[in-house]
Design a binder for this molecule. Structure first.
Ligand code: GLN
Length: 215
């Protein structure tokens, strides 16, 4: 069983018909097909993904999750399949033009994400943690927060829906690599996943999936 948090377009989201879609979902579909396995996805909160893997409830987690030193204490990661960065989203005409302007401001992030970690390290910021990235964006449109720090691709996807009100600042705040998380020491699964990711990188499958969801 695979856990995700289907609130992170274009990596994972729920389509109108209730099905799970996105880059990560398609990656897992390809991997399972190649291994002759059935793909069962469960949608849980982002901060429950690592606990679900640790407890053995889930075999692996894919959720646009960045490899971090902290997370590596609790799970093992596959090879990276995507390079991402954090960005700042603001309302059009905002005085916030970069990371240096975040101090003293109300900043929205998604709980337990690298955005949460990044902003938590800035002194004098008023943290506003939301369960979903979309909720942080909604708070921004309602002037309840001054900026949102979130991954670049979801930022583009959310802003596209509010193009008259919001902008993504170009300056990337971090570099991160997304990978699939498995239980610590589950070498066999890690090997299978890495083998398939390698293949998908080599034969162009991964590039084709990414292109399909290009903003
Ligand atoms: N890439 C970010 C992280 O790893 C956010 C992931 C997400 O919200 N699904 O924390």
């Amino acid at each position: 069983m695979v856990v995700t948090n289907a609130e992170f377009p274009p990596f994972e989201f729920k389509a109108v018909d209730g099905s799970f879609q996105g880059i990560d979902i398609e990656i897992m579909q390809h991997i399972c097909k190649a291994n002759g396995q059935e793909l069962v996805i469960e949608d849980i909160s982002f901060d429950s993904i690592i606990p679900a893997i640790n407890s053995g409830k889930a075999d692996c987690g894919i959720a646009g999750m960045a490899i971090t030193e902290d997370r590596k204490q609790n799970v093992d990661f596959t090879i990276p399949y995507y390079d991402a960065s954090l960005v700042i989203v603001v309302t059009t005409g905002s005085a916030i033009q970069g990371a240096g302007d975040l101090k003293g401001k109300r900043i929205g992030v998604q709980l337990g994400t690298t955005g949460d970690v990044f902003v938590s390290e800035i002194k004098g910021v008023e943290m506003n943690r939301f369960n979903k990235g979309a909720e942080a964006i909604l708070a921004l449109t309602r002037n309840k927060v001054d900026a949102v720090v979130i991954d670049n691709n979801p930022a583009q996807a959310f802003v596209a829906k509010n193009a008259d009100k919001l902008v993504v600042l170009e300056e990337p705040l971090t570099q991160e690599s997304y990978a699939i998380a498995v239980k610590k020491g589950n070498r066999e699964l890690l090997r299978q996943l890495n083998e398939q990711l390698q293949r998908m990188k080599k034969d162009g499958t991964l590039a084709a999936i990414l292109e399909k969801y290009e903003p």
